[in-house]
Design a binder for this molecule. Structure first.
Ligand SMILES: Cc1cc2nc3c(=O)[nH]c(=O)nc-3n(C[C@H](O)[C@H](O)[C@H](O)COP(=O)(O)OP(=O)(O)OC[C@H]3O[C@@H](n4cnc5c(N)ncnc54)[C@H](O)[C@@H]3O)c2cc1C
Length: 284
C-alpha cells in the first residue's frame, strides 16, 4: 500500500507520510519505537484511523500503525493487544458471557484508540471495566492501573503523555451471552441509521458539554446555529446530525478544519461556550 494518509483514515483526508511502519507484535512495536527515538525521528501512532483528520499536505514523520491483535480470556479477565479491533473485543466478551463492553458495539477502530479517547456509547465508556493498561513510555514498558489513567469523558492521560498503549486488561462481571449479543445487535441497528456504511467521517466532531445544569449535547448547540446547512467544498454537515462532518470524497482536510473553526465561533458567539474537538489532528 502507498503512504497516503487518505488511504489509512476513515475521513479519507491526508497526503503522504514520510514512511509507514506496521508493527504486528509488541516486540516489533517497541523495537520500532526505540529505533525512531534513537534516530530522533518524529512519529505518530495510528490505530484504526477512525478519529483522525490528516493534513492534505501529509506528515513529515513516520506513521506507526499498531497491528498487534492478540486476545486471551481467562475466567472474567480479558487481556488483549492495543491493535485488536474494538468490535472483535466486544464480540469475544459477549460470546464469553462477560458483561460491560456490549454497548460499545459498532464503534470502529482499535482497542488502543478507544482507550486513548475513552470511547463510549449508550451510557458506558471503555474505561468502566478496564483494570490496567500496558504502556511504553519511551524507555520501558509497564502496566498502569486504571486509577493512573486519568479517565473522564473522552479524556485520558494518554492525550497528555507521549506514551504508546500496548495492551489492556479488563475485569468483567458475568452476564448472559445471549442477552449481551442481543443488546449489541440492537445498538448496531440504531447506529446504522446514523452512520451509513462506508461514510467518510470521524464520528462526532465535538465533545458534549457538561454544565452545572447537566449534559448539553454538542449536536443541539450546533443545530441551533445553523450547522446543518453548512458546507465548504466537499465537506458538509449532514441533515441527520449536526455534530458530524462528512467528506463527499472530494473534500479536503483544510475545508473540514475551516468548517470546524466556523462552527466553534458560531457556538461561542451565541452561547459563550467553547466547543472542544473529539477528533484528533494529524500533521497540523
Ligand atoms: C462512524 C463512526 C462512529 C463513531 N462512533 C463513536 C462512538 O459512538 N463513540 C466514540 O467514543 N467514538 C466514536 N467514533 C470515533 C472513533 O471510532 C473512536 O474514537 C475510536 O476509539 C478511535 O480508535 P482508532 O483505533 O481508530 O484510533 P485512531 O483514529 O487511529 O487514533 C485516534 C487517536 O488515538 C491515538 N492512538 C491510537 N492508538 C493508540 C495507541 N495504541 N497508543 C497511543 N495512542 C494511540 C492516535 O495517535 C490518535 O491521536 C466513531 C467514529 C466513526 C468513524
Amino acid at each position: 500500500m502507498d503512504n497516503l494518509l487518505k488511504h489509512r483514515t476513515n475521513f479519507k483526508f491526508g497526503g503522504p507520510a514520510k514512511k509507514i511502519i506496521t508493527a504486528k507484535s509488541e516486540v516489533e512495536l517497541i523495537g520500532a519505537l526505540k529505533d525512531l527515538k534513537l534516530k530522533k525521528t518524529k512519529y505518530y501512532i495510528l490505530g484504526g484511523g477512525t478519529n483522525i483528520i490528516a493534513n492534505d499536505k501529509g506528515y513529515g514523520g513516520v506513521i506507526v500503525k499498531i497491528a498487534a491483535a492478540n486476545l486471551k480470556i481467562n475466567g472474567k479477565k480479558i487481556i488483549c493487544d492495543a491493535g485488536l479491533s474494538l468490535g472483535k473485543l466486544v464480540g469475544a466478551a459477549n460470546s464469553a458471557g462477560l458483561f460491560g463492553l456490549e454497548t460499545l458495539a459498532g464503534i470502529p477502530g482499535t482497542v488502543g484508540g478507544a482507550i486513548y479517547g475513552n470511547a463510549g456509547a449508550y451510557g458506558r465508556e471503555i474505561s468502566k471495566f478496564l483494570k490496567k493498561v500496558k504502556i511504553f513510555d519511551g524507555k520501558n514498558s509497564r502496566w498502569l492501573p486504571r486509577t493512573s489513567c486519568g479517565f473522564f469523558y473522552r479524556e485520558s492521560v494518554f492525550k497528555k503523555k507521549p506514551w504508546v498503549i500496548l495492551a489492556a486488561e479488563f475485569n468483567l462481571p458475568e452476564g448472559s451471552a445471549k442477552k449481551l449479543a442481543e443488546k449489541s445487535k440492537e445498538i448496531i441497528k440504531i447506529r446504522e441509521k446514523k452512520y451509513k456504511p462506508n461514510l467518510r467521517c470521524a464520528g462526532s466532531i465535538f465533545k458534549n458539554v457538561f454544565a452545572k445544569s447537566g449534559k448539553i449535547p454538542a449536536g443541539r448547540l450546533l443545530e441551533s446555529v445553523g450547522a446543518k446547512s453548512m458546507r465548504i467544498g466537499g465537506v458538509y454537515v449532514p441533515q441527520q446530525h449536526a455534530n458530524i462532518i462528512i467528506n463527499n470524497g472530494r473534500g479536503k482536510a483544510a475545508d473540514a478544519k475551516k468548517l470546524i473553526d466556523i462552527l466553534k465561533k458560531k457556538v461561542y458567539r451565541k452561547y459563550g461556550i467553547r466547543l472542544e474537538e473529539e477528533v484528533q489532528y494529524l500533521g497540523f
